[in-house]
Design a protein around this ligand. Structure first.
Ligand SMILES: [Fe+2]
Ligand SMILES: [Fe+2]
Length: 417
């Protein structure tokens, strides 16, 4: 009986210890499970805070290049990738080109080959752990750059019509291993956002192109109603934008000036045709009439809240003012003359001199440059003249292509407005 009781107690204590170790094992796995949960939540928190930080920065940026650079940095940080690239589609060349590739050389690849080509043609995300095992991968790019690609995650950038505008790609996790499903979801989100920015920028460029062509055609029509003048307006607006960019104005301001400059002579609509088209020299009275065109232009264009119209009105009013104060209509001097007018007036004179008109031959480049240099501090702002000279490597090729010259018989091409 005693023996029986002892063995029962033994069995019970054994059972107890089994139960104890079982529950300890259960506790351990519970702890492990919770630790993993906490770690994954911490990782989500890290990712969310980075995404929020970038979204906040992106909300104050309108320039596409800056936005995409920001997004590529965001992708690298959030997904802990060694490289991130945004490829855009060049439909004409049937290529994908790296619009933004931080830490890498710009590349172009056929749009139907390679990993990004596969994402483009199928419109589906690709997550590849070891790209050298994938027959679609082209190792040539690695050979050229010296970079060793391993893991690739590439998502299509779709617009609202579901068309693929480009590819958002990240390469190699910084701590090794492959990209997971969470990474796929985040990259898809970033690719959609990037597609939105690219689409907006395309639409914006389209609107600006239309606006520019409309402005030039209308301004050209009211000024002289001829073909040469329309081209003059296009050329002088390009020169104005080049100089303004060199002077360090913002891209938005430069674009506004590009559109405003062609309207400088719009007030000539108010000058009688007999004076405007007179072949010989104007009489003193006729000059008085002619010199009214800046104010007519200002009257036509002023009174709007639109930034472009405001700048156009200023350029129209002040494009015949001179740095030394002897210009018209107001005799403003130096920095009292708005900078947009100081730039446009130099661009206007440069084009008038270097192009052939019905009533005059074109000056040589040397003669024109000498004249402009001599007028620095007299007719023109010396700072604008200096910037203009620094821009000659961009301005001269444009002039040679598009300005009708007396020493050349060939017809000049129509500029792409
Ligand atoms: Fe004028
Ligand atoms: Fe002009």
């Amino acid at each position: 009986m005693k023996k029986k009781t002892r063995s029962l107690t033994k069995a019970k204590s054994k059972e107890k210890s089994i139960l104890g170790s079982k529950s300890r094992g259960h506790e351990n796995s519970q702890i492990k499970f919770l630790t993993r949960k906490v770690e994954s939540l911490k990782e989500w928190q890290r990712r969310l805070s980075i995404l929020l930080k970038f979204t906040k920065e992106a909300s104050t940026t309108t320039n596409l290049d800056s936005l995409l650079v920001l997004m590529v940095e965001e992708a690298k940080t959030v997904l802990m990738a060694e490289r991130a690239t945004v490829f855009l589609v060049d439909k004409q060349k049937k290529e994908l080109w790296s619009k933004v590739a931080l830490g890498a050389q710009p590349i172009r690849v056929p749009s139907d080959r390679g990993i990004v080509g596969a994402v483009y043609t199928t419109g589906k995300l690709l997550n590849i752990a070891d790209v050298y095992q994938d027959p679609r991968f082209n190792p040539e790019v690695d050979k050229k750059t010296g970079f060793r690609t391993k893991a690739v995650l590439a998502a299509p950038m779709r617009n609202k019509k579901n068309q693929v505008l480009g590819i958002f790609q990240v390469l190699n996790r910084t701590h090794g291993g492959e990209f997971d499903q969470q990474d796929e979801e985040i990259l898809t989100l970033l690719a959609d956002q990037a597609a939105g920015h690219v689409e907006n920028s395309y639409l914006y460029q389209e609107i600006r192109k239309t606006a520019q062509e409309t402005v030039i055609r209308l301004a050209g029509a009211v000024e002289y109603k001829d073909y040469d003048t329309r081209h003059h307006l296009w050329r002088m607006s390009q020169y104005s934008a080049i100089i303004a960019k060199e002077m360090g104005f913002s891209p938005e301001w430069v674009e506004t000036l590009r559109l405003a400059a062609p309207m400088h002579d719009i007030g000539k609509i108010g000058v009688p045709d007999a004076i405007l088209n007179k072949p010989g020299k104007l009489t003193a009275e006729e000059w008085v009439e002619m010199k009214k065109h800046p104010e007519y232009g200002f009257e036509i264009l002023s009174g709007s809240n639109n930034e472009l119209m405001e700048m156009s009105a200023t350029v129209a009013l002040c494009h015949h003012e001179r740095w030394d104060g002897t210009g018209y209509p107001r005799g403003l001097a130096a920095e009292d003359i708005p900078i947009e007018a100081r730039i446009a007036s130099l661009a206007d004179v440069f084009d008038a001199l270097t192009s052939k008109r019905i009533y005059k031959p074109s000056f040589s480049v040397e003669e024109t440059l000498k004249l402009i240099q001599d007028e620095s501090g007299k007719q023109f702002d010396p700072k604008v003249v200096d910037s203009f000279f620094r821009c000659l490597p961009q301005i001269i090729p444009l002039m040679e292509t598009y300005a009708p010259r007396s020493d050349q018989q060939k017809a000049v091409p129509t500029p792409a407005f």
